[in-house]
Write a protein that binds this ligand. Structure first.
Ligand code: GLY
Length: 396
């Protein structure tokens, strides 16, 4: 099959590798500094060029082109795409719409209110803030910067003012407590296949300290304290009723609370950095899996540690020279580029993903952290968390 992957992050690098493993002809663009056996795509989002390539399937990685209707445009040209239309992608691109969808179908999720003005936001905060605080979310896509977990009414009001000024409409949510997990469903119009649970580590520093980021590392599998089968069936029935059962990935952000699993959010794509561990440890062919083939039993543990620019998440300048990448560890590129001499440079906040798939978390940790110590940005160590997978080591 001739397959196209669109996007330029670690997720798309993982997608391209997984498809190549299945023996397919893979084109990838815009890409980044990674090298591999795919064909690079110049001018990747040019629809005429994509059409001329006559691919069997185009897999769209990131959220922005999905929300902007890229799949609609591809379908209008008779091209087969993996990803939702803009209308279906509203599950991710509008938090307010997605919370209303959950409410319409009785899917478990925190109590919420929608606010278009500061006055409405303050009233909602007053009603929903308790001793655990309250969550203030921008309605639209905000690249991970649109959610504030506020400890009290005063800081929630401040966050609401800032987010309203920047993004407009808000969702105010009661704060729930529990362990988070990322649940990715490979959706098809007639069914779905759930991948094993993964866990992202969103804070910049060890012990979940520091600011929120796009994700500093992931692990899979993680155990669920609940049987998720019924939730999956209810969710798919709800999607079907509203014709949201598209051909693509649905990322369900879950929180395991004392009241059972609660849905925090939907993303209409593969997670990043969840894809890096899920696709690297997937036991069968990714293309067949997304077309509905049941995957065999998953084995072992997979861990991803992100190496970030020292200025991340505030800045990714200046570009830094990347050196010391050792042999024998899987390195997925995110914010990297190569110069004309082939030298690798940082070109973003999250730069590299080091991934290890091993029998247990201890072995995966040893492998990844030995490699992380050897890689330098301008001769200095990169920033990375040293505790990815620590709480799971010894448990599986
Ligand atoms: N890891 C969270 C996301 O992909 O949005």
């Amino acid at each position: 099959m001739r397959l196209v992957v669109l996007g330029s992050g670690g997720r798309e690098h993982a997608m391209a590798r997984a498809l190549l493993k299945g023996g397919h002809e893979v084109y990838w663009g815009p890409g980044n500094g990674a090298r591999g056996d795919w064909s690079p795509l110049e001018d990747a989002y040019n629809l005429d060029k994509l059409q001329a390539l006559q691919p069997d399937l185009i897999l769209v990685g990131p959220e922005d082109p999905l929300a902007d209707g890229l799949v609609d445009q591809l379908q209008e040209r008779g091209l087969q795409a993996w990803g939702p239309t803009a209308a279906q992608a509203r599950l991710e691109s509008s938090k307010a719409w997605s919370k209303q969808f959950m409410r319409r179908h009785g899917l478990p999720s925190a109590e919420f209110a929608i606010a278009d003005t500061l006055e409405e936001a303050r009233a909602a905060i007053h009603r929903l803030c308790d001793q655990h605080g309250v969550v203030v979310k921008a309605d639209g896509l905000a690249a991970g910067k649109g959610v504030v977990v506020a400890e009290d009414e005063r800081s929630a009001g401040q966050a609401a003012q800032e987010l309203l000024a920047k993004y407009g409409r808000l969702v105010i949510e009661r704060r729930l407590l529990g362990q988070e997990a990322s649940w990715i469903l490979l959706l098809r119009p007639d069914g779905f296949q759930a991948l094993p649970l993964a866990r992202d580590h969103k804070r910049l520093r060890d012990g979940d300290a520091g600011p929120n980021t796009g994700g500093m590392g992931t692990v899979t599998p993680v155990e669920s304290p609940f049987d998720l089968d019924q939730l999956g069936r209810d969710l798919f029935a709800a999607l079907e009723q509203e014709q949201l059962n598209y051909f693509g990935a649905l990322f369900v952000g879950l929180l395991f609370t004392s009241q059972g699993p609660q849905i925090l959010e939907f993303n209409c794509r593969l997670g990043d950095p969840e894809s890096e561990v899920l696709l690297e440890s997937m036991p069968g062919d990714f293309l067949q899996a997304l077309q509905g083939a049941q995957l065999p039993a998953w084995r072992g543990c997979c861990l991803d540690v992100v190496l970030a620019h020292p200025g991340y998440p505030e800045t990714s300048s200046p570009a830094m020279r990347i050196e010391g990448i050792p042999e024998g560890v899987t390195v997925l590129h995110a914010g990297t580029r190569r110069d004309e001499q082939g030298q690798l440079w940082t070109a973003g906040g999250r730069v590299l993903h080091l991934v290890a798939h091993a029998e247990n978390y201890e072995s995966a940790q040893r492998e990844v952290y030995a490699a992380a110590q050897k890689i330098t940005f301008n001769g200095r160590p990169a920033h990375y968390r040293t505790d990815i997978g620590r709480t799971l080591a010894g448990r599986l």
